[in-house]
Design a protein around this ligand. Structure first.
Ligand SMILES: *[C@@H]1O[C@H](CO)[C@@H](O)[C@H](O)[C@H]1NC(C)=O
Ligand SMILES: *[C@@H]1O[C@H](CO)[C@@H](O)[C@H](O)[C@H]1NC(C)=O
Ligand SMILES: *[C@@H]1O[C@H](CO)[C@@H](O)[C@H](O)[C@H]1NC(C)=O
Ligand SMILES: *[C@@H]1O[C@H](CO)[C@@H](O)[C@H](O)[C@H]1NC(C)=O
Length: 283
């Protein structure tokens, strides 16, 4: 009797674990609906529910006053799907000269419901005045990169991808952090590119040296199929600016980094003038 019960519990355990994984198709539908809402500026009811926590530039606000109520012509979007974390990330670029935006949005889903219901919308919204902002220039760089699916036999696992993202972000606060730099590696910082497409491009350029405040409040979306991690966070070095970092890993090494940093209304940045001494960014 006892044996049977134990066997039964073992049999049930994997099923319970699987139920926590969110369905790709549910998350895809919700992300489509999110982008339709953003394009029309008329959010679907599911995003306005009081069960959804709406965060914009690291502040919880009402979605009724959020960017989602402003119709935007999205010229480019790129997505990550995280079935274990029950979340998606979408990079959106809006090149309309009157309303330019580069936005990074994480959608978080109810794990128990298998990804049917959205529980959180978390966006970093950058526009004119933000760090190195120029949407059309950002787009021109993004279109030259390859973020395609990675062959299943050469994928890094979830823990490795998260660790690499953390090692990079840990450089602020711990300059000895050992990042597995790829060669080449290109960083798109706002609209500024660290590389020129050569085989020797490095993402290590422009990383601050000396003691820096850490990168905090990290929220992750991890997609092994494209070797990518989205982290929304707070950049201590840039006066606690709301920030988005997205990483692409190939063969266990960092290949691309995209950043968005909200800097509107910032005039003098004393820390940055010291930090940026080492910057060598092309066009
Ligand atoms: C999803 O949300 C709707 C509306 O709030 C609710 O009626 C439904 O029960 C939820 N579904 C699950 C599976 O939790
Ligand atoms: C954005 O960059 C493009 C070059 O890619 C340049 O032609 C344009 O003037 C820039 N826009 C602004 C507002 O600086
Ligand atoms: C690209 O940058 C590398 C490193 O800075 C430099 O050696 C190389 O000459 C550059 N190539 C081009 C085509 O500009
Ligand atoms: C920037 O400052 C203006 C004027 O004080 C204010 O209306 C606006 O909300 C601020 N923008 C941000 C992004 O903080």
């Amino acid at each position: 009797m006892f044996r049977l019960t134990t066997a039964l519990l073992w049999a049930l355990a994997p099923a319970a674990t699987l139920a926590a994984r969110c369905q790709w198709s549910h998350m895809q539908d919700a992300t489509d609906a999110y982008l339709e809402s953003q394009t029309s500026g008329k959010p679907y009811a599911m995003f306005l529910s009081d069960k959804v926590v709406y965060r914009e530039n690291n502040r919880v606000i009402s979605p009724t006053v959020g960017i989602i109520t402003k119709p935007l012509a999205i010229a480019h979007q790129h997505r990550l799907y995280d079935q274990d974390g029950c979340a998606t990330y979408t990079e959106q670029i809006v090149t309309d000269p009157k309303n330019p935006y580069v936005i990074g949005t994480q959608l978080h889903f109810d794990q128990l419901a298998g990804g049917v219901n959205v529980t959180g919308i978390d966006s970093i919204v950058t526009t004119t005045g933000d760090w190195l902002f120029n949407a059309s220039k950002t787009l021109s760089h993004v279109l030259k990169e390859n973020w395609d699916t990675i062959d299943s036999d050469s994928r890094a696992d979830r823990a490795t991808l998260k660790a690499i993202a953390d090692l990079y972000l840990d450089l602020w606060g711990n300059e000895k952090s050992r990042v597995p730099w790829g060669m080449p590696c290109d960083r798109l910082e706002g609209s500024a590119y660290t590389g020129n497409g050569s085989a020797t491009d490095s993402c290590a350029v422009g990383i601050p040296t000396g003691p820096q405040p850490p990168v905090t409040d990290r929220r992750y979306v991890i997609d092994e199929s494209v070797g990518s991690v989205s982290v929304l966070c707070t950049m201590g070095t840039m006066r606690n600016a709301p920030d988005s970092h997205e990483f692409r890993v190939e063969n266990g090494r960092l290949r691309y980094v995209h950043t968005m940093t909200v800097m509107r209304n910032e005039t003098a940045l004393p820390r940055m003038s010291r930090v940026r001494r080492t910057v060598k960014i092309h066009g």
